[in-house]
Design a protein around this ligand. Structure first.
Ligand code: ZN
Length: 138
């Protein structure tokens, strides 16, 4: 327990350096691994480069930042008051790309699960991860 704080700071620093290994993604990966799921990461051949790929379950998982991926109705998705138009264009184009990737993946026969970063906040994370496992085993 004593190390919790420094660990948090460390992973925060790390996430700044290496954007691919953001903390929320690690959280999901660790949980899946602990529960016996084996996955591959960032398979570039798949549309949208899913964060986690579970070939055995023919499932891909995207872990989406609420702001960058425009999580509708989410308190973390607030368009800045300056350069508002630029930001909304930027995020709208991300959202369009996401929709396209999901459609392509589904056409290829993949099941697509999207996890929003806000669902990984401390109070909700347990519920989310448990329902993820249920969903995967379905
Ligand atoms: Zn959100």
């Amino acid at each position: 327990m004593a190390d919790v704080h420094s660990k948090e700071i460390r992973s925060h620093n790390m996430s700044k350096i290496k954007s691919k290994d953001t903390k929320p993604e690690l959280l999901v990966r660790k949980f899946l691994f602990k529960n016996g799921f084996r996955y591959r990461l960032h398979l570039k051949v798949l549309p949208g480069k899913p964060d986690i790929v579970l070939p055995k379950y023919r499932t891909v998982i995207f872990i989406n930042g609420c702001f960058w991926h425009g999580h509708e109705g989410c308190k973390y998705y607030v368009i800045p008051k300056t350069r508002t138009e630029w930001w909304s264009d930027k995020i709208n184009s991300n959202v369009k790309k996401d929709i396209k990737s999901v459609l392509q993946l589904k056409e290829l026969g993949w099941r697509v699960i999207i996890i929003w970063e806000c669902e990984l906040k401390r109070s909700k994370v347990e519920h989310l991860l448990n329902s993820l496992v249920t969903e995967l085993k379905r």
